[in-house]
Design a protein around this ligand. Structure first.
Ligand SMILES: *Cc1c(COP(=O)(O)O)cnc(C)c1O
Length: 474
């Protein structure tokens, strides 16, 4: 099994990025509960035949869709060790928890946070952002809100983020009981960064209405175009208004590892909390999200809940309080820290920073290729590693359809897997270069195939192009 999965990583380039799942393969996963045993080798063969070839493809160099990391073989091996140890990192006194604390101290230093900052591995940035909203909520309303609930509060909390923020921020407001309407969506400037003058105006308007502003979310690396908000100005405003300053740095925060990119994140050091993922730009296998909180007491006070069956001692296995379960909603937790600790040590922070900078160089190469070709159009500035472009069509309402069909055709061809997005109300092809394996030759293949499909879909019959079931590329 180990040989097979390492071979897979080694020979990824020879496979399609993704391929449609045949009905017969999907049917393999509609079986009844197996009452009896099977040979391990037989189940492994099922994996090789029916799972491995039809996986999402994000490890493949041609994968540029959404924002997904490519994984790495060191992380694969570390996951095997973690599974074998089977450590539960909810709490208690054992070294796996020290590994998690080690990673916390490394990232605290990276972001210039104090060593007393608290950190926690979570599934992803969606969960990390949710935790930040809860900590800020308890800070604003007092920890008795945990007991009495929002219904007992007279203050109406409001939060602020940019129109380019990830949807999980609004979802976090909902899950925290504050409601999505309590999140003010501040428009962006031409660079797709939050308009800070409009932010200040919105805060004043809410105060005038008797509402209670409590939380500003800056984005370091927006999911749409990779834009970075003016974090230093956001930190000034948060300080002036005494609001919690949180940063969603899902992929972008780890640009701090690159000396060339780090200055662009200036102001991140002043955040109260940062949410980010090791599974995106750091290439740690899924999942490995993280929340870092400057004030560990505020973090602890938001989640710690006494329970007699979780009694703490000063000696023995039940020592080591506070435990990770005091900093988030999960009690049982796996050893996500191990694959991260291995990845950081084996490659080293400098090389990981260079790898991150390299993906931005590949994105610049794509940007130049788009600008150099009159059939293609660049649709947003390229701040980091995300390039939004499209194939030009003359007829006014077809470009959205043609470009959506180009992306489907790219996926089905197995050549390249960008995704689509809507920028300034127009559908664009969005290539996020996150994977360390992606090279300029993969960009050349993307461009060549985009032009080929674009010419095909726009030339002959525009109606044919508008049919989602176009079969010409199969
Ligand atoms: C990916 C992403 C998220 C969500 O992170 P998950 O790890 O998928 O939960 C949030 N914000 C931004 C900017 C992202 O790119």
């Amino acid at each position: 099994m180990l040989d097979d999965i390492l071979d897979y990583a080694e020979h990824l380039r020879e496979r399609p990025v993704w391929q449609p799942i045949p009905d017969a393969v999907r049917a393999q996963f509609r079986q009844t509960l197996p009452a009896g045993p099977s040979e391990l080798s037989a189940v492994h063969q099922q994996f090789m035949d029916h799972i491995l070839p039809y996986s999402v493809g994000n490890s493949h160099p041609g994968f540029m869709g959404w924002v997904q990391g490519g994984g790495n073989p060191v992380g694969t091996l570390a996951e095997m060790l973690a599974a074998g140890l089977n450590a539960n990192l909810g709490g208690r006194d054992h070294i796996p928890i020290e590994v998690e604390k080690q990673v916390t101290r490394w990232v605290s230093a990276l972001f210039d946070f104090p060593d007393t900052a608290s950190g926690l591995f979570v599934t992803g940035t969606s969960m990390a952002n949710f935790i930040a909203v809860l900590v800020a909520r308890a800070r604003a309303l007092g920890t008795q809100v945990r007991q009495t609930g929002l219904a007992a509060c007279t203050s109406r909390l409001v939060a602020y983020t940019s129109a380019g923020a990830h949807g999980c921020i609004a979802q976090a407001m909902d899950m925290a009981g504050l409601g999505m309407d309590a999140l003010r969506i501040i428009p962006m400037n031409a660079q797709f960064e939050m308009d800070t003058a409009l932010l200040q105006a919105a805060i004043q308007a809410d105060r005038a209405k008797g509402l209670t502003p409590f939380f500003i979310v800056g984005t370091a690396g927006s999911v749409d175009v990779g834009a970075i908000d003016d974090l230093d100005t956001l930190a000034d405003i948060a300080a002036q208004e005494q609001l919690w300053f949180h940063i969603d740095g899902a992929f972008g925060a780890l640009a701090m590892l690159s000396p060339a990119l780090a200055p662009r994140l200036n102001g991140i050091q002043r955040a109260d909390s940062i949410a980010f993922d090791f599974h995106k730009w750091l290439q740690v296998p899924y999942d490995a999200g993280f929340i870092l909180v400057r004030d560990s007491t505020a973090h602890y006070d938001t989640f710690a809940t006494p329970a007699s069956y979780l009694r703490r001692e000063t000696k023995g296995l039940a020592a080591g309080s506070p435990w990770p379960c005091d900093f988030g909603p999960d009690l049982s937790r796996g050893f996500r820290a191990l694959k991260t600790w291995f990845t950081i040590q084996v490659y080293g922070a400098d090389q990981l920073g260079r790898m991150i900078a390299h993906t931005c160089e590949v994105a610049q190469y794509l940007k130049q290729a788009v600008l150099a070709n009159p059939k293609l159009e660049l649709m947003a500035p390229v701040a980091l590693n995300i390039v939004c472009f499209r194939y030009r069509c003359n007829a006014p309402d077809v470009p959205d359809v043609v470009n959506a069909n180009i992306v489907v055709a790219l996926h089905e061809s197995g050549i390249s897997a960008p995704s689509t997005n809507t920028v300034n109300k127009q559908l664009v092809i969005r290539a996020a270069i996150v994977n360390h394996r992606t090279r300029t030759e993969d960009i050349d293949a993307l461009i060549a195939a985009t032009l080929r499909f674009g010419d095909q879909f726009s030339s002959t019959d525009q109606h044919a192009a508008s049919k989602q079931d176009d079969k010409s590329h199969e």
